[in-house]
Design a protein around this ligand. Sequence first.
Ligand SMILES: [Zn+2]
Length: 282
Amino acid sequence: MSTFLHSVTQQIRRRWFYGLISLIFAIGVGVATPRPGQALSWVDLLFNGIQYVQLSNMSDRQEIELGGQINQQIVNNEFRLSRNSRVNNYVNDIGQRLAPASDRPNIPYHFQVVSDNQINAFATMGGYVYVTTGLIKEASNEAELAGVIGHEIGHIAGRHAVNQLRDATLAQGIAGALGVEQDVLVNLGVELALRLPASRGDEYNADERGFNNLGRAGYAQAGLVTFMQKLVGRGSTPTILSTHPAASDRVARLQTMLDSSASASANSGLDAAAYRTRINSL
Ligand SMILES: [Zn+2]
């Protein structure tokens, strides 16, 4: 039994003692909908471990476990991961250089390359970051790629996905007295990571965190700015901008930050030729 399941079971047991009546009522009004073909009584629900998650006070450990399940679904059902170990290691090295200098250095991070020509990057809760081969090829240097990765770490550090999940479950009325069934959350988490646009505020926040993260890791902060400018300047809208709104506003804000940055001396990652060599096996 995982520690997470254990803690949830304890939570359910506590509720059992605190108020069986309210529990039966909660299940009775449809908080827990049994899957087709599975007739579950409330006794089954209590002792056979349908997992519920309380989004309002999720611990790091719970977030990491939920993120791991969302990641499983993404890599099993949504995308093909690149088998290019050279490029995978390179992207991981960049990510692992940024993570300790991020706003949330105390959780493990996983950086994965998705085999896809679309220009895209995304993240989910608990430390999972993805960049496509299309995006890696679009970047002109390591600082640009690091900028995108830093932005995605910024979403994780800001707990944006957890907050989005909480808001989505409240809006859809699927958060009940017990919390939300874990399977429901995993599916919603996949949708949020891949298809639903983040709010403008979350984007600004992730840009700011990513920008500062770049400087603290010694990377040229201009990388995030020039990459965003390049995306905005393209004729067709790259995939990454459909889930990341307000692109031209973001460029303007980043440019202002760059003009007054205290980390202006950070200049690592600007060698375009070295970058091409690192990724030439793509
Ligand atoms: Zn973003």
